[in-house]
Design a protein around this ligand. Structure first.
Ligand code: SIN
Length: 543
């Protein structure tokens, strides 16, 4: 039976904060005759950003100690000078608008008794500037408001169709090398569909599931990135994976629940199994040093003590404050028998965020015409070698907004003309005879991939470990079947994880220096010290 086909003015793949916000802004501001398709492999309310706890950066005039210059300086310092100055400045300058607009979409940031927004602190920020929702449920709070608008505000929802349990499995690239939509696989019906679009937006989030230990949910398998790699789009900075220092580390439990950095921002301190507060031995900013520094210090401390975790002393935070600020962390700890008033919380680092991704401008434009990427899937070079906490949700909103501006100047007329290149892509998914596939245990291969990535491409790497990973990935690819015909969600995810894992490993081999989150114990730490100076809270100079 020939594949079903349909057409939309814009397809957005992924329903995290960037995808939802882009759908809302496009629906509000443009007349799109073929409408918008929001395509998600899970439920519309599930995404990586949903699990962000700490918050979103708000550089707001009422927060007088803060300024765009200070935020730019903090971002560039944390990113070890590899951020793009103009991108950082642009995103910071747009923070005020982004926050106000999120509020007009129904997001309720936490306020004090005087009805003023409250700001918290996270690592490597020089002032309190992080807004939060529901204490420690910022991603969830923002996502909930945006889903509500997408589904229940008739002026918005009338333009948006939603496909759930649908995986984008191939970009339709025509003979001119332009993106004309996607091929999607519906997990519920096992059917493929060709979906043509005037613009295709990848808002597929992160890659945490490439690693054995991650704070990311099961959906974070780097799907958009893998699609872009297969289509030969430009990719950037894949060696820079951020390992969050404090994920809950329980015996016999591989999942890693995030213990927000803002717990340290509110006074908790890292301690080893001898009861020593150790961060002062590693960095002048102690427990609130940049994340890459804290994660490596924890690894060192685990080696020194022979323990496979360290601890967070949150007894330093008054309990009533802890319960109000961190209700979900409090609940999770209590469910696991941890009384935060007297017990230390066991923590260890876990993969958290990919600073690299599909190379984009600040409006999501990629190297392929009509293909866009926003949020964690894209790489605007905001984060450089190490992301400053809570900059990512801000980037999601600003890039989605800029994308809308750009698309308003584009001709989004949809053509469903089929040329040889598109025909070939379609034929791959509707073969006349079912191809033979290797008989293998896909979930076992996924576990092996995660193990080798954690062991060999984790917080500390070197040439030997990276070559070991490449050799393991090659074996896994062969057992799975290079260019295998995939026909289930797990198979598509393994295919994607393989592409992403290879991209991370190859990029890590190519960068011979250690810088930011990319640390090689066989390579010198980059000696290009950057100096970021802010004068009178206004002008910035980066040397
Ligand atoms: C956290 O709450 O520690 C995570 C926030 C972030 O990654 O930006």
């Amino acid at each position: 039976m020939p594949m079903k086909h349909s057409k939309y003015s814009v397809i957005i793949v992924g329903s995290g904060i960037s995808g939802l916000y882009a759908a809302i802004k496009l629906s509000e501001s443009m007349n799109l005759p073929d409408g918008i398709l929001l395509l998600t492999k899970s439920q519309v309310s599930e995404s990586n950003s949903r699990y962000a706890q700490g918050g979103i950066v708000g550089v707001l005039p009422e927060n007088t100690p803060d300024s765009v210059s200070l935020h730019v300086a903090d971002t560039i310092k944390a990113g070890c000078g590899l951020s793009d100055f103009n991108v950082v400045k642009f995103i910071s300058e747009n923070s005020q608008y982004a926050i106000k607009d999120l509020m007009s979409c129904g997001v309720e940031f936490d306020k004090n008794s005087k009805n003023e927004l409250t700001f918290t602190l996270e690592g490597a920020h020089s002032v309190r500037r992080i807004l939060h929702v529901g204490g420690d449920a910022t991603g969830y709070g923002i996502e909930k408001a945006l889903v509500n608008k997408v589904k229940n505000d008739p002026s918005i929802s009338q333009n948006i169709s939603i496909y759930e349990q649908s995986h984008a499995v191939e970009l339709l690239i025509d003979a001119k090398g332009e993106c004309r939509g996607v091929i999607a696989f519906n997990e519920a019906t096992n059917e493929f569909e060709t979906i043509y679009a005037g613009a295709t937006v990848l808002a597929t989030g992160g890659v945490g599931q490439v690693f054995k230990y991650t704070t990311n949910p099961a959906v974070a398998t780097g799907d958009g990135l893998a699609l872009a790699i297969r289509a030969k789009a430009d990719i950037k900075d894949m060696e820079f994976i951020q390992f969050h220092p404090t994920a809950l580390s329980l015996d016999n439990d591989e999942s890693r629940f995030l213990i927000s950095e803002s717990v340290r921002g509110e006074g908790a301190r890292l301690v080893n199994n001898k009861g020593e507060y150790f961060m002062e031995r590693y960095h002048e900013q102690k427990d609130l040093a940049p994340r890459d520094v804290v994660s490596r210090s924890i690894v060192k401390e685990m080696e020194l003590t022979g323990d496979d975790r360290v601890y967070l002393d949150a007894t330093l935070i008054p309990i009533e404050k802890f319960k109000t600020r961190f209700p979900n962390i409090y609940k999770k700890c209590a469910e696991n028998g941890i009384d935060v008033t007297k017990d230390f919380i066991p923590v260890s680092p876990a993969a958290h965020y990919c600073m690299g991704g599909i190379k984009t401008a600040v409006d999501g434009t990629t190297s392929i015409r009509h293909l866009y990427a926003i949020g964690e899937a894209g790489c605007t070079s905001l984060h450089g070698a190490n992301r400053l906490a809570s900059n990512s949700l801000l980037e999601c909103v600003v890039t989605a907004f800029e994308l809308t501006n750009t698309l308003s100047f584009e001709n989004l007329q949809v053509s469903d003309a089929i040329d040889d290149s598109i025909l070939k892509a379609i034929k791959n998914y509707e073969p006349e005879d079912m191809p033979d596939v290797n008989d293998c245990d896909v979930n076992a291969l996924i576990s092996r991939l995660k193990d080798t990535m954690w062991q060999n491409v984790g917080i500390i790497r070197n040439e030997n470990s990276l070559l070991n990973a490449l050799s393991d990935l090659k074996k896994i690819s062969e057992e799975f079947g290079n260019d295998r015909f995939c026909s289930s969600a797990e198979e598509f995810e393994l295919r994607n994880l393989l592409h992403v894992a290879k991209a991370i490993t190859n990029a890590s081999l190519s960068r011979k220096e250690s810088i930011g989150a990319h640390f090689r114990d066989d390579s010198p730490v980059s000696d290009e010290k950057i100096s970021v100076e802010v004068k009178n809270n206004e002008s910035i100079s980066v040397k």
